[in-house]
Write a protein that binds this ligand. Structure first.
Ligand code: PMP
Length: 456
């Protein structure tokens, strides 16, 4: 067996890691970990650590680690047929079954599902389909896409543009000009501290209206948003936000894309975030929880309204010019079928709702009163704690103090993985949906201890 030192050396010399400080990693200065196994909410590494994964990988291992049902389904599919493509009407039992299972769970206006590999490529598909849709409808000018600052939709050329985080744009010549960003629905970070929540929603709406006015509604094709802002800080929307936003979109004939890569398949205690917030999407993006990341698979769920136009397009122009070699990959599809069955049999949507409510309340009770905790928020099994230097006037810490990363490191010392979210001093939790009460309590206790250690 290779030694840890040998692997670390090869890692530094050969491996280009995503979202990593390349130079520090190559010099061996930044943290690294060789992960070897997992069961339930825990992972293990080569140094013999056993860690409670409070972020389910990248909020994707929703059923937890080590589920034999999915492992066996993947192995059986690999033995039977590891690959065939899905072009010109080809499929496998797994991909066809999964499409039905997804549609059975999706909102009733949905018609078909296109399978990709990850959230980024699913959103690239969505934007192409929206452009195609407007071309078929004879509206070639209606192409711009509105996204929110601090939204996260991927890191491709278009999807990195949709992502409203500066780090994904800087030095990459992004965002592309067709993408326009509007206000993030983060009440805690509102500019005007005197605003009520209702006034803040009205502000978000008027900013959206002003953007549409400036650009011209006849140039705007779609609005994309996560039901709960994810990577941008785990921020549930203020009450009434989605209802008000959708009214504006409908009035201007702008399609709604709900990016449910994080919220799909139970995270908020409902099958989709759209169910939770009454979002009537034209297209829904899914990934992560579709297979609980046991194999790469994503999807674009297309409404009847959009589908009819796509059909018309192919009648006029021939087969749709869009597809990946690995669309609906049989191994991903087999993982998806086993995963969705497991979500049902383990009652994980219900557990996410109930355990999420328990976890969020326990967290708020334990740390909400601390002098430097500005906000404890969450929905289902998403929970974030945001830190401030001064609570009375919501002064944020200077980022050079690295309060968030210090807290994440303190949690790690206690064998709990949390995520220091990039937009401020925010510690995020998104554990597997199978979280138990004992595990929830242990995260909360570790968080309280870590805050004491770092901030007193
Ligand atoms: N959309 C959302 C809401 C996401 O959270 C992510 C990934 N964190 C993506 C899209 C992109 O997915 P992927 O990393 O699989 O390309």
């Amino acid at each position: 067996m290779l030694t840890n030192d040998q692997l670390s050396q090869w890692d530094r010399e050969n491996f280009f890691h995503p979202s990593t400080h390349l130079a520090q990693h190559a010099r061996g200065e930044s943290p690294s970990r060789i992960v070897t196994g997992g069961d339930g909410v825990f992972i293990e590494d080569r140094d013999g650590n056993r860690l409670l994964d409070g972020f389910a990988g990248l909020y994707c291992v929703n059923v937890g680690y080590g589920r034999t049902e999915i492992q066996d389904a993947i192995a059986a599919q690999a033995r039977e047929l590891a690959y065939y493509h899905a072009y010109v009407g080809h499929g496998t039992e797994a991909s066809i079954t999964l499409s039905k299972m997804v549609l059975d769970r999706a909102p009733s206006n949905m018609s078909k599902v296109y399978f990709g590999l990850g959230g980024s490529d699913a959103n690239e598909t969505n934007i192409k389909l929206v452009w195609y849709y407007n071309n078929i409808l004879g509206r070639p000018e209606k192409k711009k896409i509105i996204s929110r600052w601090r939204g996260y939709h991927g890191s491709g050329l278009m999807t990195g543009s949709l992502t409203g985080l500066a780090g994904f744009h800087k030095k990459f010549d992004l965002p592309l000009s067709q993408v326009k960003h509007t206000t993030a629905p983060d009440y805690f970070r509102r500019d005007d501290l005197n605003q009520t929540e209702a006034q803040f929603v009205a502000h978000c709406v008027s900013e959206l209206e002003a953007l549409i006015e400036r650009e011209g509604a006849d140039t705007i094709a779609a609005f994309i948003g996560e039901p709960v802002l994810g990577t941008g800080g785990l921020v549930p929307p203020p009450a009434g936000y989605w209802e008000a936003i959708q009214k504006v979109l409908k009035r201007h004939d702008i399609l709604m894309i709900a990016d449910e890569v994080v919220t799909g398949f139970g995270r908020l205690g409902t099958m989709f975030g759209s169910d939770h917030y009454g979002i009537e999407a034209d297209i829904i993006t899914i990934a992560k929880g579709l297979t609980s990341a046991y194999a790469p698979l994503s999807g674009s769920i297309i409404s009847d309204k959009v589908w009819k136009v796509l059909e018309q397009g192919t009648d006029e122009n021939g087969p749709i010019g869009h597809g990946w070699t690995y669309s609906a990959h049989p191994i991903g599809a087999a993982a998806g079928v086993a995963n969705l069955n497991l979500i049902d049999s383990m009652d994980l949507v219900d557990n996410a709702g109930k355990m999420g409510a328990y976890f969020n309340k326990a967290m708020a009770d334990a740390v909400g009163g601390h002098a430097h905790v500005g906000d404890v928020r969450g929905e289902g099994l998403l929970c974030a704690v945001e830190f401030v230097e001064d609570k009375s006037d919501r002064t944020f810490y200077d980022s050079s103090k690295k309060i968030g990363p210090q807290l994440a490191a303190a949690l790690l010392k206690r064998n709990v993985i949390a995520r220091a979210m990039p937009q401020g001093d925010i510690i995020g939790f998104a554990p597997p949906l199978c979280l138990s009460k004992t595990e929830a309590d242990s995260i909360v206790l570790s968080m309280a201890d870590s805050i004491k250690e770092v901030l007193g």
